[in-house]
Design a protein around this ligand. Structure first.
Ligand code: ADP
Length: 329
């Protein structure tokens, strides 16, 4: 469900695993200070009291570290993590099998949890609340519903927007944690750490320039770093300097605010074709040939945070700042 340019390619996933770019301990997770402080307290309390860690819902735009955090929680608690995603469940039986295989304290991570089917979602409720699970034996008139007890586990759900979850599911998470866009200083730190892991020298100023143009998102920062590294290798440069960064970003058409072609297409569509707005999201989706989900969850959050676009009850409006940005880029 992610915009093409921030989805990891199979090659990148392999690279990520090989070089292990994902932080493991909570202390290696950069930024999100308030979230980390709270989370650290809840984990420590559960370890100290030997009580089960309450279910956690992580929400925020893609690429901000939800999956990474789920793995860090498992690492900090020293338990196993079983990862799956909402669309991966087709049968109720899949969920029962998964739940009955969990050991005491284990973590079940469900990415895109808002995409669970209603039947699966309902069968999760007794598991989350009472650590019990219903299953059906047999078929037709002789079918019987049996209930089994499962080990106490922590469900960690991830979603792009909390509002996408049904109310009953949302209410069953004791710990809601919102991930926010990163500031350039934190992204710079992430870039320098990743450059070290990739064994490449990077100038401080160059790292900061990439950070400023990464849409507040670590996944995009890391991706840009890798692509700029490609440019520096081909140009036989010793490491990554400001010149390489500026030229590579220009070549990849990433502008001064870190916006790419799609962002600019979105802004231009509203400002040029619809006189600055308001325009409804369905109209934009049709005009840009882009799914509504992508527009709402991937493109718009950053543009709104930057004050380039506003969502109103009548539709989207490009701000004066947005208009000026289009004119100068
Ligand atoms: P999400 O699940 O929210 O889409 P991920 O957890 O997959 O995001 O993170 C995307 C990439 O960014 C991963 O390679 C991860 O290692 C890196 N990353 C995310 N947050 C951080 C952070 N706070 N510190 C260091 N690296 C991070």
């Amino acid at each position: 469900m992610e915009k093409e340019d921030i989805t990891l390619t199979p090659k990148e996933i392999k690279e990520d695993k090989k070089i292990n770019l994902r932080p493991k301990a909570i202390t290696d997770f950069i930024g999100q200070e308030n979230l980390k402080l709270n989370l650290d307290t809840f984990i420590k309390s559960s370890v100290k009291t030997k009580n089960n860690l309450d279910h956690i819902i992580l929400y925020g735009p893609p690429g901000l570290g939800k999956t990474t955090l789920a793995n860090i929680i498992a690492h900090e608690k020293n338990v196993n993590i079983h990862s799956t995603s909402g669309p991966a469940f087709s049968k109720k039986g899949d969920l029962v099998t998964l739940l009955s295989n969990l050991a005491d304290g284990d973590i079940l991570f469900i990415d895109e949890i808002h995409r669970l089917s209603p039947i699966i979602e309902e069968s999760l409720y007794p598991a989350m609340e009472d650590f019990k699970c219903d299953y059906i034996i047999g078929a037709g008139p002789s079918a019987r519903v049996m209930q089994i007890s499962i080990e106490k586990f922590t469900l960690i759900g991830a979603t792009t927007r909390l509002g996408l979850l049904s109310r009953p599911l949302r209410d069953r998470f004791g710990i809601p944690l919102q991930l926010e866009f990163y500031n350039p200083e934190s992204l710079k730190e992430i870039l320098i750490l990743n450059a070290k892991k990739l064994n490449v020298d990077i100038e401080q100023m160059a790292a900061f320039e990439i950070a400023k143009r990464s849409r507040g998102t670590p996944r995009i920062a890391i991706r840009l770093l890798k692509r700029i590294l490609d440019f520096s290798i081909v140009q036989n440069s010793q490491g990554i300097n400001m010149d390489i960064v500026l030229n590579s970003l220009k070549q990849m058409r990433i502008d001064s605010e870190g916006l790419d072609e799609m962002d600019r297409k979105y802004l231009k569509c509203i400002s040029n074709d619809y006189n600055g707005g308001p325009v409804g999201v369905e109209t934009l989706s049709a005009a840009l040939l882009e799914q509504r989900d992508i527009i709402e969850d991937v493109i718009e959050p950053y543009l709104m945070q930057k004050g380039l676009v506003q969502r109103t009850s009548r539709g989207r409006i490009v701000s004066r700042k947005g208009m000026n940005h289009i004119k100068s880029n």
